[in-house]
Design a protein around this ligand. Structure first.
Ligand code: ZN
Length: 337
């Protein structure tokens, strides 16, 4: 399996985040991709597919905001990471904001997603990594490919950031795969947290099937999305499948949900699969509460591979830096049988 990563994805270095009422070191830090990168000797270069595939998913004004937000923060006389402190609820009128703080709130839904000096560059190359891996799969006929996306993407929506995510790498790759005629495309999200951004982007799009297995949002972030009764809207009714699981779920309890998601993807007729893989389902993860062990990732991968459709794996979360690289390696090894 070919692996894709670009060193510019390390330029995103926020210092801290607001968590449980206190400022804590930023969990989505550069030690994460480094712990994965060091498991493998051979990384492929990431190519630049430009802005068009990003604009196929995200609003132009949101992308423009991301690109200039930290500069505007500095121009406003601030230091450190740009972070919002007031967030509009529900539908927003299009307003012409005159202050960076208003924009930071308008384009995000939480305080865990600061914009640092290198954020745009890292997010841009993270998305290009997913596109490069997709291009490789389409051209080579390989069955599986891995993009070490970082920052991750599945909480980012069409015009908002959140949950450490700025550009939705899985959604960008899914749109591009559909446009290249590789579909029908399905996305399987196996991060601990619900992929609310991905769901939101495709909620009314009958062309992409989205299945997510995640911690019950009644107890876990992102709380407001990922409930079992969210199944799509309009013509896309039935093309979203949410399988929330209780805290403490272990490998044995996880497999039936995975099989249900894979059966649905198969029944939907997917011919190309994108897996949003988070290793924050591991028992050692510091911000999550499932109990999967390393060997469970090989089991998961083998079941996904048994679908027999070309599969692009994009990295999402996973914060136990001491285990992360080994867990990702165990997952990827499971695709080779
Ligand atoms: Zn997560």
């Amino acid at each position: 399996m070919k692996l894709f990563f670009d060193d510019r994805q390390l330029l995103h270095t926020p210092l801290r985040e607001l968590h449980n009422g206190d400022w804590v070191p930023y969990a989505e830090n550069v030690e994460r991709p480094r712990s994965i990168a060091r498991q493998f000797a051979d990384w492929q270069p990431v190519r630049d597919f430009g802005m068009a595939p990003l604009l196929a998913v995200h609003d132009a004004d949101y992308l423009s905001f991301l690109e200039r937000a930290h500069g505007a923060w500095v121009a406003a006389g601030r230091s450190g990471d740009a972070i919002g402190y007031t967030f509009p609820i529900r539908h927003r009128r299009p307003l012409d904001f005159g202050r960076i703080d208003a924009e930071l709130g308008a384009y995000s839904y939480d305080a865990g997603t600061p914009v640092a000096a290198g954020t745009w560059q890292s997010a841009y190359w993270s998305a290009q990594g997913a596109l490069t891996a997709l291009d490789h799969l389409a051209a080579s006929g390989d069955a599986h490919g891995f993009a070490l996306c970082r920052p991750p993407g599945h909480h980012a929506g069409r015009d908002y950031m959140g949950g450490y995510c700025y550009l939705n790498n899985a959604a960008i790759a899914a749109r591009a795969a559909g446009a290249q005629g590789l579909g029908p495309v399905a996305i399987l999200d196996v991060d601990y947290h619900h992929g609310n951004g991905t769901q939101d982007i495709f909620y009314e799009d009958p062309g992409i099937f989205f299945a997510s297995i995640h911690a019950d949002p009644r107890t876990d972030y992102p709380f407001y999305w990922g409930h079992a009764d969210e199944t799509g809207a309009g013509e896309a009714m039935g093309s979203t499948l949410n399988l929330p699981l209780p805290r403490g779920t272990d490998g044995a309890a996880y497999v039936p949900a995975l099989d249900r998601a894979l059966d649905a993807i198969s029944a939907w007729g997917a011919r190309f699969l994108i897996v949003s893989f988070g290793a924050d389902t591991h028992s050692s993860d510091p911000i999550s509460s499932f109990a999967l062990e390393r060997e469970d990732y090989g089991v998961m991968a083998a079941r996904i591979a048994a679908l027999g459709v070309p599969t692009l794996i994009v990295m999402e979360g996973g914060y136990a830096v001491g285990d992360l690289g080994l867990n990702v390696a165990a997952f990827l090894a499971g695709f080779s049988g």
